[in-house]
Design a protein around this ligand. Structure first.
Ligand code: KG4
Length: 334
């Protein structure tokens, strides 16, 4: 069975062709980083316009790279939400039209499910149940995953998502969008010597909060400038990254202990961060837990995870989505 996966929820046009659940035949990504970079964040109108321009060529490239034609496709899986409405509408309307015109079944997939299941694109697959930490530009959430369509939200951010915090701190340090990869590169050359706050939100809480940390970085920079000191951006990046990583990792370990589930899975763009991966690996070894990390290209938005999530969920539901269904900006998963 061949699934065509289409992802346009934010600023990347991603399309993939997947055979069954484990043979990725193509995975094409058109990034909009250069378009949004001067603005320090995503401009929704520009994002949807670029998706509109790229969707058809990227679908054709994914089919060509996979050496298949549209007639060979058995299922179209498309991101239905959450995300930017204008961006979602481009991929969703395109997928509906393609499905209708070619008579191919269609399934709408929650973007979060894509991240939650992206680990199954790897050879080494976890078994259910597992604790999943999904950290991206729009989400920082902990889930208890019991099946391909069975996710319980355990905790989430009360303000900024982890990726959003990386991007906003990068902006205030004068770096381009997306700031996460830039901060993580610079952090490698710096020392985590500045004591930024960690928002634990009480012993029992599995929620996150990163806006206070972002403000603490801003206040620190302003104080240093007032003193006439030059900012050591490498140390600021390393100290900020450490504060984010520590909270993400410790809360994940706490969730795993509380629910007595020894398998931990990461997903979402921020989980491509080498320091977070290293710290999580270290703490999982220390506490005797099994950690499953998707490769970085499966962490950031991509069409492959949408193809896989659609395939897995279609196997369970086996029903074609109605063309009346619409996109949504907020995930029912929370
Ligand atoms: O999952 P994703 O590609 O898109 C969303 O669904 O949001 O995540 C994008 C986010 C951005 O905020 C970006 O700065 C962050 O992931 N990111 C990183 C790294 N690579 C991407 N953050 C920290 N370290 C990285 N290496």
């Amino acid at each position: 069975m061949l699934t065509l996966g289409i992802e346009t929820s934010c600023d990347d046009t991603g399309v993939a062709v997947l055979r069954n659940n484990d043979q990725l035949l193509s995975n094409v990504l058109s990034s909009q980083d250069r378009i949004h970079s001067p603005f320090g964040g995503i401009v929704p109108e520009l994002a949807s316009r670029k998706h509109l321009e790229m969707i058809d060529p990227i679908v054709n490239k994914a089919l060509n790279d996979a050496c298949v034609s549209l007639n060979d496709i058995n299922l179209i899986s498309v991101t239905q939400g959450p995300g930017l409405i204008g961006s979602l509408l481009v991929g969703f309307s395109y997928a509906k039209a393609l499905s209708f015109a070619a008579g191919i079944p269609l399934i709408g997939v929650d973007h979060m499910c894509g991240h939650l299941l992206s680990i199954y694109l790897e050879q080494d697959k976890p078994s259910f149940p597992y604790i999943a930490l999904i950290i991206s530009g729009g989400n920082s959430s902990l889930f208890l995953a019991k099946g391909y369509n069975d996710f319980t939200l355990l905790g989430r951010t009360r303000d900024d998502a982890a990726g959003e915090a990386f991007d906003k701190v990068a902006k205030l340090l004068g770096f381009d969008y997306p700031g996460g990869p830039i901060i993580s590169k610079l952090a490698e050359q710096g020392q985590s010597c500045i004591q930024f706050p960690r928002a634990w939100l009480g012993e029992d809480s599995l929620d996150f909060s990163f806006s206070g940390l972002k403000t603490a970085v801003l206040n620190y920079c302003n104080r240093e400038k007032q003193k006439g000191c030059e900012l050591n951006k490498k140390d600021i990046c390393a100290s900020f990254q450490e504060a984010v990583a520590e909270v993400l990792v410790e809360k994940t370990i706490t969730a795993s202990k509380r629910y007595q589930i020894n398998t931990i899975v990461l997903g979402g763009g921020v989980s491509a961060n080498p320091h977070i991966r290293k710290l999580m690996t270290h703490r999982c070894r220390e506490t005797d837990r099994n950690l499953f990390l998707p490769r970085p290209s499966y962490c950031t938005d991509n069409g492959a995870m949408i193809a896989l999530a659609g395939f897995l969920q279609y196997q369970e539901q086996d029903n074609n989505m109605s063309y009346d269904t619409d996109v949504y900006s907020r995930s029912p998963l929370g």
